[in-house]
Design a protein. Structure first.
Length: 220
């Protein structure tokens, strides 16, 4: 990671906490790790893919765009709901004890973090248990439609990066077989599974909503 200390489960040591190691003791560490992927990593990724759809180059530019910021923060709320429902931790506790100061770092005027780096290795980040599809399916399973996570997912399937073979593979699949086939191949979503079908429908709708106005092959 990029932090000077290592967070560890305070209840995970059988013979006491070792001395001389820069450890930060945390409770509910497994939940915190999922929270990091489903909310913090998701937001970073969302800034990248939505930022490119807006014609931006840097993460700091995406954080400064009011429409992108709103979509990302609403997607974060869906992610927090997913963590809360899946692990039985209150939303109030998550807001109080699990949050970080990442937005300040991302929006720093001195940051030169480019969108392509943040969204690199695109197929891994589109996977079923990862930062977007994971919380989106969890929302559906617990009775909430993940409208903004679906928007992030759709934007991710538009993401272009000539330096990333994975992104090129995603784009090629869409060109040859369409967005639904790409959702099946890269996000492992299945039309015959109700909650996955719901997410596919949401993502497809968002995907076509983002299509160029002159696109002639939109589905009925």
């Amino acid at each position: 990671g990029d932090e000077p200390s290592m967070p560890v489960d305070r209840d995970g040591f059988k013979r006491g906490v070792p001395e001389g190691v820069n450890l930060v003791l945390k409770d509910k560490l497994p939940v915190r790790l999922v929270h990091k992927i489903w909310t913090i990593n998701m937001k970073h990724f969302a800034l990248a893919v939505l930022g490119q759809r807006a014609g931006l180059c840097y993460i700091r530019e995406a954080t400064a765009d009011p429409a992108i910021r709103r979509s990302v923060l609403l997607a974060e709320r869906e992610g927090i709901y997913a963590v809360s429902e899946e692990f039985g931790v209150s939303i109030e506790e998550i807001w109080r004890d699990f949050q970080r100061e990442e937005w300040k770092m991302w929006s720093s005027p001195t940051s030169d973090d480019v969108l392509g780096r943040v969204a690199q290795d695109l197929p891994r980040k589109l996977a079923k248990g990862d930062r977007v599809v994971g919380p989106a399916l969890c929302c559906i399973r617990h009775g909430r439609m993940p409208h903004f996570l679906a928007k992030v997912l759709a934007a991710a399937y538009y993401f272009q990066n000539p330096a990333d073979p994975g992104a090129q593979a995603v784009g090629e699949e869409i060109r040859k077989n369409g967005i639904r086939a790409a959702l099946t191949r890269f996000s492992d979503l299945r039309w015959e599974i109700p909650e996955e079908k719901s997410l596919m429908q949401l993502a497809e709708a968002r995907f076509y909503e983002m299509a160029d106005a002159e696109a002639a092959d939109l589905p009925y």
